[in-house]
Design a binder for this molecule. Structure first.
Ligand SMILES: O=C(O)C1=C[C@@H](OP(=O)(O)O)[C@@H](O)[C@H](O)C1
Ligand SMILES: C=C(OP(=O)(O)O)C(=O)O
Length: 430
């Protein structure tokens, strides 16, 4: 499907975005492992989270949709998942395959995880290694480098693991496996990654201790079903933050957004670049901070981002590249080599798609450099099947000279099916 994005004159009004993708996955998984029912409100009905529901249904969990974004998960407890008859297909979702692998590592049965062409290229050694050290038998294509993954789980040993990457998916897979271990399990990260798993494990009654870069979990006798109210996804809100900052005469309120400090590196970057952004109505929902974001059009200044900032802005970096084209001076991102192993190689994809619409970008092995205040031309681009590339290029289209046509635009259904409709609602067209 092609989607045409026309230049607009302003962004106005207020908007709510769908539920947080990371939290939606985890609510299904921990709900499945708990005793009693888990009521989820504000679930993201994007393809990735629907893949998680499908996989856990195949593991014998009853999951009922009771309203548009509300589900009841009828928990099986830690030890009653069923051996699946068929392979488990995670679609496009890295979070589903890696976190589910952690849970399956603790199950006394065999299972196979597969996914789409993009999943088959994403690195799996990063979870195979620690889960194998814990005692699970895991194999995959090219000596365990890639899915399909075959897992024979069982009784696990607690380990202390220094993860070579700052990845919440790796950390969460190990912590979930740690629920089934014989003693405590510790994960140490080079930089802190998002901590939704830790927050939710605590909410469901697990024994866990954390500092910024180190988390320890103890094996659990049981988890208890919970009420989970999922806030809007900051990573989805980020597209509208960028739109309101870049399009002149804009004022936008984005309501009920998750503002977990490990997720809002993009917000901090925009503020450091002189973006006029206010947080209103800040409060806690479960263990997560939530609030409204008020954004005004702004004159942005270039900045440099690297190191511990990267995990906190990781999914917003393609969008950050689009914003950088409009900032005064030079914007530079380094240490972001993880971008190359996402749904697409997000460094080369965003660099190439921006070049398609006339932007000059320097590609680095671990990031990019963009000199700002460039005029974006119109033209044809493609998502390359990557939802975040599609939405980032749509924001470029709002401020381009001519319309931008986005090919394979259906990719946005992975994390934000209503994205184009919502964008239209807040846009004033020329
Ligand atoms: O745990 C999660 O929910 C996620 C972790 C991040 O991936 P990594 O763990 O690979 O960094 C992020 O890019 C992804 O969108 C969601
Ligand atoms: C990288 C992403 O997700 P996942 O790893 O779950 O496929 C993303 O949503 O940008």
């Amino acid at each position: 499907m092609n989607q045409i994005i026309h230049p607009i004159t302003s962004i106005k009004g207020s908007i709510e975005v769908p539920g947080d993708k990371s939290i939606s996955h985890r609510a299904v998984m921990l709900g499945a492992l708990s005793l009693g029912n888990t009521h989820i409100h504000g679930f993201l009905n994007g393809e990735d989270c629907l893949s998680t529901i499908r996989v856990f249904r195949q593991l014998g969990v009853e999951i009922d949709r009771v309203a548009e974004t509300s589900y009841i998960i009828k928990g099986k407890g830690l030890n009653q998942l069923q051996e699946p008859k068929y392979v488990l297909d995670v679609g496009n979702s890295g979070t589903t395959i890696r976190l589910t692998a952690g849970i399956l590592a603790g199950q006394p049965f065999h299972s196979v995880l597969i996914g789409d062409d993009s999943i088959l290229k994403r690195p799996m050694k990063r979870i195979k290694e620690p889960l194998s050290l814990m005692g699970a038998k895991i194999d995959g294509r090219e000596e365990g480098k890639y899915a399909p993954l075959s897992i024979r789980g069982g009784k696990l040993k607690g380990i202390a693991y220094h993860s070579p990457v700052a990845s919440a998916q790796v950390k969460s897979a190990i912590l979930f496996a740690g629920l089934f271990a014989d003693q405590k399990t510790t994960v140490i990260e080079p930089f802190q990654s998002r901590d939704h798993s830790e927050n939710m494990l605590l909410q469901f009654g697990a024994k866990l201790e954390k500092t910024n870069q180190e988390v320890t979990i103890w094996p659990s006798p049981r988890l208890e079903g919970q009420e989970v109210n999922i806030p809007g996804d900051f990573s989805s809100a980020a597209f509208f933050i960028a739109a309101a900052l870049l399009v002149p005469n804009s004022l936008l309120r984005i309501k009920n957004i998750g503002l977990n400090p490990t997720r809002i590196g993009f917000l901090q970057a925009m503020q450091q670049m002189n973006g006029q952004i206010e947080i209103l109505n800040l409060h806690y929902e479960g263990n997560e901070s939530v609030g409204d974001i008020l954004v005004k059009s702004s004159n942005l200044q270039g900045i440099t981002i690297s190191g511990d900032w990267i995990p906190k802005i990781i999914d917003e970096l393609p969008l950050f590249a689009v914003v950088a084209t409009q900032a005064e001076g030079i914007t530079k991102v380094t240490n972001a080599e993880e971008l190359r192993v996402k749904e697409s190689d997000r460094i080369s994809t965003i660099v190439n798609e921006l070049r398609q619409v006339g932007v000059k970008v320097e590609e680095l092995t671990d990031g990019f450099v963009i000199e700002g205040k460039q005029r974006i031309q119109g033209g044809q681009v493609s998502t390359h099947g990557d939802h975040r590339i599609g939405m980032a290029m749509a924001i470029a289209g709002l401020i381009a000279k001519e319309p931008i046509i986005i090919q394979q635009a259906e990719a946005v259904n992975i994390s934000y099916p209503q994205f184009f409709e919502h964008l239209r609602q807040i846009s004033t067209i020329k």
